[in-house]
Design a protein around this ligand. Structure first.
Ligand SMILES: [Fe+2]
Length: 487
């Protein structure tokens, strides 16, 4: 090069040997993405007109070449969204009375044996439903039906949220080995506010007649996701918080599958966990744990966690327990500026901003409370007690608490050098009150010479009933599911 000679040949391209090469476009994908992409790419190639035929091709009126290019480019994205993970490290869910799965938030769930915890088949939602992402917090009704929400990214050039139902397996099908997802039903689709930046969500709300879906300004950047593997970056780097946008709360009628016409807005916020929702006197009331921004994700980087478990981190943004109230009745005839919430027991408001648009303000119950659990028999009903982790100073809780939503008082459990997990409430069969039962929490115990343990608290007093030491290290977990023995 110094002498002005020709440049040396470029180095050969490097690629992951496990990746599968598409025979049509020569691009390489991991196995899951290849399964989806190659079929699509072959179909596209088969449809591609030859040059001589191009001029003769009949185009639908009003659809320009630009339209087709855009349509195909966006549809192509759908087939290049990578498989992020099949590691179901977020939660356990059930798809019917006997089907239990470990789940994350992708299209994969992993069946488990609820007795031995042996991992069984990997199930791909996409075989049954066009969803790339699925919440790890489904809801269940008394009949054994499961409800969940997923995101369909750029499918047929549209990005949408899909609320779906997995019907309970009937008695006659109970002994068959067919997956419950085979009978999945789409209840409703909600168009995304932005084609290429759908909202991230982690859970949703449900009442007897409505679903509550929060379209928040914490977003997934699909263009970044589509190139994430090539760039070797993680999921978190494909997300962005847009504080200049507000939050849109969708209320969806469960019977009609239609989104209620009134648009409920609130300021920018980030919600991971819904607590509960219920209907009361013409309102849908729902409780969530909300953050002012997306800094929570930053806290889980190892460098931050190693820093005294994040307890001295100035960047920590602690969440608030918030209650929203959405008036169901039409705002027609109501003056602009009027608050439509008429419930006496909450200061939550929904002020008419213009025809069909309400601006909602939540009532804040307390701060520094996460991983909320309650007596699930009170799902869709007005609840009083919530159990959760105290995260006043860090994402890693040193305390758990029982919150009384009527008095706003909390009682706590903690022990030196112990880190408790999410407290899971188990109702006593035929219990006398909402809090009649026990609370289970796994506790990482770093006291010298002591083992970690499963803590059992009285649901009413929040006092210890018993503990079971575990002769094995416990990991910091996220969620738990209690599976009764009869199942
Ligand atoms: Fe969660």
């Amino acid at each position: 090069m110094k002498d002005g000679g020709p440049l040396p040949p470029p180095p050969p391209p490097t690629y992951d040997p496990d990746y599968v090469k598409c025979p049509c476009c020569d691009r390489r994908f991991n196995q899951g993405a290849a399964d989806r992409h190659i079929k699509f790419c072959q179909e596209q190639a088969a449809r591609m007109p030859t040059k001589s035929k191009l001029g003769d091709a009949k185009k639908p009126r009003g659809r320009t070449p630009h339209f087709f290019f855009l349509f195909r480019a966006i549809t192509f994205l759908n087939h290049t969204v990578p498989d992020f993970t099949d590691n179901g490290a977020s939660n356990f869910i059930k798809c019917s009375s006997s089907d239990y799965y470990a789940t994350s938030e992708t299209n994969y769930i992993r069946k488990i044996d609820p007795v031995t915890l042996e991992t069984l088949d990997k199930v791909d939602y996409i075989k049954y439903l066009p969803v790339n992402l699925v919440s790890s917090h489904p809801h269940y009704d008394k009949e054994g039906n499961a409800y969940n929400i997923g995101t369909s990214i750029a499918e047929k050039a549209k990005t949408k949220y899909i609320l779906f139902k997995v019907p309970a397996v009937s008695e006659k099908d109970k002994d068959k080995d067919a997956p419950a997802l085979k009978n999945v039903e789409v209840i409703c689709t909600v168009p995304c506010r932005s084609l290429l930046t759908p909202s991230y969500y982690h859970s949703f709300g449900i009442t007897d007649n409505y679903f509550i879906f929060i379209e928040q300004p914490l977003k997934l950047d699909i263009l970044k996701m589509a190139t994430a593997y090539m760039r070797g970056v993680n999921w978190a780097s494909c997300m962005k918080f847009c504080p200049e946008e507000n939050t849109l709360i969708h209320l969806i009628d469960r019977k009609t599958g239609k989104v209620v016409e009134t648009k409920y807005h609130t300021g920018p916020m980030v919600v991971y966990h819904h607590v509960n929702a219920f209907e009361d006197d013409g309102h849908v009331v729902f409780d969530v744990i909300a953050y002012n921004d997306s800094r929570l994700y930053e806290m889980f980087y190892l460098s931050k966690l190693k820093d005294n478990y994040g307890f001295q981190n100035d960047g920590y943004c602690k969440p608030s327990y918030k209650r929203f109230a959405l008036p169901i009745q039409s705002d027609k005839g109501v003056a602009v500026g009027e608050d439509l919430v008429k419930l006496k027991y909450t200061t939550a408001s929904a002020v008419k901003e213009k025809e069909g648009k309400l601006m909602c303000q939540a009532e804040v119950f307390c701060a520094g409370f996460e991983l909320p659990r309650m007596n699930y028999d009170f799902n869709c009903k007005k609840h009083r007690f919530v159990y959760g982790n105290c995260v006043e100073e860090s994402v890693l809780a040193k305390e758990i608490a029982k919150l009384d939503t009527e008095t706003k008082e909390r009682v706590y459990w903690s022990e030196d050098s112990c880190l408790p997990s999410e407290p899971v409430f188990i109702p006593k069969p035929k219990g006398e009150s909402e809090d009649d039962g026990v609370v289970l929490a796994s506790v990482i115990n770093s006291n010298p010479g002591q083992s970690s343990f499963l803590l059992i608290l009285d649901g009413r007093t929040f006092k210890e009933v018993a503990r079971a030491y575990v002769k094995a290290p416990l990991n910091r977990d996220m969620h738990g599911l209690f599976i009764p023995r009869e199942n």
